[in-house]
Design a binder for this molecule. Structure first.
Ligand code: GLY
Length: 376
């Protein structure tokens, strides 16, 4: 690592230190968002359940601290109740089991973990709508809710579980489904300027696109920054898994949009097209997720572009470290401050978010030349 990157080692050491302290309280729980400095624990069925164990694995892998590994394994076991119950599962299977069972399988070769991840991949594949060529996002969580036709940009990050399942089983069907879903993303989610829809609603019977929807962004035609980050990273991963250049050029187009909209401190507003008075509200998690994706994109791009994306990923992480970290505040469990989970619903605004912390640590691991990375 170059001399000027000593900040990366400092940030890593502080992340490890804080996580070891947090582990003593959180244990094998499932933190999501911090309130008053303390991470609230979510049900294991909530979509964020993989990020804490995923971060424990990343830090274990470099530090060898056995207590981190053992908590990550305990979290993975607890998720069996969710996998077995089935009814609580929606498309977030990819987020949840890539960072737990795929991670464990890659690092330890555990056969139990491989089987869990294959089960999750089968449930995910079963959500594919053949007519619309998309993975259905959610289940009807409220009485009368109809969302059979909805697919969301976040799901780009669930596709690595299907690519992994094809590789590990030798059966190409999982990858076929992932590619079909990603082709739908290219066709309907990404706008000409590189911004993306959060939700696209299809007619589930005919597959026809009906409308783009605002979801967690400000409005249907706005540009939710975390959704933009999911697209950058998910498309870069689709290219990593398939070698298809369409995914690489789309990832670059979305990345260029994201980078062109960053404010001076390189950490995005929660929605790039929210009215100006709302754009002072940032989403540090969109920054850390995009940064880790940009570092992967850099590794997959040609020389000139590679330098641009690497420098951008590094700039975002450095700004998060220097201006958004809670390093000197022992009363705050989050590593990063100023995440925005769901502005339209008014939930978890300007707080620490476990996925923001996860991608920050993952981005640092990329800068350190570490790995393996579970999505790959
Ligand atoms: N819907 C997952 C997220 O908040 O990004």
């Amino acid at each position: 690592m170059a001399k000027e990157q000593t900040w990366v080692n400092e940030a890593w050491a502080k992340s490890l230190d804080k996580t070891l302290r947090n582990a003593a309280r959180i244990g094998a729980g499932f933190p999501h968002a911090s309130k008053g400095g303390v991470y609230e624990l979510a049900e294991p069925s909530w979509w964020t359940a993989g990020f804490w164990p995923g971060m424990l694995w990343l830090l274990y892998n470099e530090s060898g601290r056995e207590e981190l590994r053992s908590l990550a394994e305990e979290c993975e076991s607890k998720l069996d109740s969710v996998l077995d119950a089935y009814v609580r599962l929606d498309h977030d299977l990819g987020f949840m089991w890539t960072l737990t069972s795929v991670a464990s399988y890659k690092l330890t070769g555990s056969e139990v973990s491989r089987v869990r991840a294959m089960k999750a991949a089968n449930y995910l594949a079963a959500r594919f709508n053949l007519k619309g060529r998309y993975i259905r996002a959610w289940n009807p969580w409220r009485d009368g809710e109809r969302n059979e036709g909805q697919a969301i940009i976040d799901c780009c990050m669930n596709m690595p579980l299907l690519f992994w399942a094809s590789r590990t089983s030798g059966d190409p069907r999982y990858a076929h489904i992932a590619e079909a879903h990603m082709e739908t993303v290219l066709r309907y989610f990404i706008r000409a300027d590189g911004s993306v829809y959060h939700i696209v609603n299809f007619d589930p019977a005919t597959g026809e696109m009906l409308e783009g929807m605002g979801g967690q962004g400000y409005a249907a035609e706005s540009a939710w920054s975390r959704g933009t980050a999911w697209a950058i990273y998910g498309l870069a991963l689709a290219y990593r898994h398939t070698g298809q250049l369409d995914y690489l050029s789309a990832a670059q187009r979305v990345a260029n949009f994201f980078l062109s909209r960053l404010p001076e401190d390189n950490v995005p507003a929660w929605d790039f097209r929210a009215p100006e008075e709302l754009r002072s509200l940032r989403d540090s998690s969109a920054g850390s997720c995009a940064a880790s994706g940009l570092l992967l994109l850099a590794a997959k791009s040609e020389d000139g572009d590679a330098g641009v994306y690497r420098a951008a990923g590094e700039r975002i992480l450095k700004s998060l470290y220097e201006a958004y970290g809670a390093w000197d505040n022992p009363a705050e469990e989050g590593l990063l401050l100023h995440g925005t989970s769901n502005y339209p619903q008014g939930t978890n605004i300007d707080v620490s978010l476990i996925y923001g912390d996860y991608y920050f640590v993952e981005g640092l691991a990329r800068l350190k030349g570490g790995g393996p990375f579970y999505w790959e």
